[in-house]
Design a protein around this ligand. Structure first.
Ligand code: SF4
Length: 344
């Protein structure tokens, strides 16, 4: 299987921007971006990120706000914050030289077994096997494995099998081969079994179980949350705040938020203690938006509140509407605010 995949890869590999480098910094950026991201979007963000932070020095020196801004729209913002943290660690503990050995890489924040294996095998030919969604699919079909991939047992089992397959002298090429093979040949839907170099030994194909592999344990129940965002306006300015709790969108900016257990009406908003300090001139609903995250459904209601003046004591962060683009906001809020920016 190993050699067949490598032969296939030599003819069919994808031309990706990070394929022409063995710079561990660039491989790391690509691997982190590609987690939970489609390849097309990943390429766009990779180019943007490398353009803004071409090396570990420039990233280590960056401000958190700049990094989040570059990441804006990609989701899972902890990835960006962990990268900044890791860049500073590399600057301080590794004399600014990006490590490429597995044992060093795994000590960095946000770098797990997958990323450390990918970088060390690609950049340093270390014999470490990667297991990502593509690898799970290929292995579960080829060996007809029904153990759910999102369980500890499943993870251990697939990693064990992957470790036996990784090539002795070109592990990085092998890892990229199996990932590309899963991405463009043994695809989730309509895998190209007719032209597959592995078809003679593919167990799931023989048993007609391709569409049932890999197996996943049902996901956790989706939780619905109700976010009421307050667009408090006066004199071309609005109030914003930074999310600081251990929750979604940590460190991104947002409008003042009232989270409720269910949908609430205007009276609830007006009487909420957040607005005690403001002299309200006018309040009106300004649309609703639903937004899905992996385990949460957000029902976002927007309330436009025009005030008569700003409170004397400035405990709020006030910005001009024209400054919105200087701050990283979660995608659905950004879309809403962009509309506001154009209107006013
Ligand atoms: S035969 Fe089909 S299911 Fe089996 S490895 Fe090839 S593409 Fe995947």
């Amino acid at each position: 299987m190993t050699n067949q995949l490598i032969t296939w890869y030599k003819k069919n590999k994808r031309d990706l921007p990070w394929r022409n480098t063995s710079d561990p910094y660039k491989i790391w950026v690509s691997e982190i971006i590609l987690q939970q991201t489609q390849i097309k979007t990943g390429i766009k963000y990779y180019m943007k990120f490398i353009d803004k932070f071409p090396d570990i020095d420039s990233l280590a020196m960056a401000r958190e706000l700049e990094v989040l801004h570059t990441w804006q729209g990609l989701g899972y913002y902890n990835r960006a914050l962990n990268m900044l943290n890791a860049a500073k660690t590399i600057k301080n503990n590794f004399s600014g030289i990006f490590p490429s050995s597995y044992n060093e890489l795994i000590t960095l924040k946000g770098v797990g077994i997958y990323t450390a294996s990918a970088i060390s095998s690609i950049c340093q030919n270390e014999k470490k096997a990667v297991v990502d969604g593509n690898v799970y699919r290929v292995l579960s079909r080829f060996y007809n494995i029904a153990t759910p991939i999102n369980t500890n047992d499943g993870k251990k089992l697939f990693q064990k099998i992957a470790n036996t397959l990784v090539h002795d002298s070109i592990p990085g090429i092998y890892n990229q081969a199996i990932m590309d093979f899963g991405a463009i040949h043994c695809k989730k839907n309509n895998p190209k079994c007719n032209t597959c170099p592995l078809k003679i030994n593919c167990k799931a194909l023989q048993l007609n179980l391709i569409n049932y592999r890999p197996v996943k344990k049902p996901a956790k129940k989706i939780r619905t949350r109700y976010f009421n965002y307050l667009l408090i306006k006066f004199d071309g300015c609005i109030v914003i705040q930074q999310r600081d709790k251990n929750d979604i969108w940590k460190k991104l900016y947002e409008l003042p938020l009232i989270e409720s257990k269910e949908m609430i009406d205007k009276n609830h908003i007006i009487t909420h203690n957040y607005l005690d300090k403001f002299k309200i001139y006018k309040i009106q609903t300004n649309g609703r938006k639903k937004h899905m995250l992996s385990h949460q459904k957000l029902v976002m209601s927007f309330w436009e509140i025009i005030v008569k003046e700003w409170p004397k004591k400035q405990i709020y962060k006030k910005i001009k509407l024209t400054e919105i683009s200087n701050y990283p906001f979660p995608k659905p809020l950004k879309e809403y605010l962009n509309k506001e920016d154009k209107i006013h």
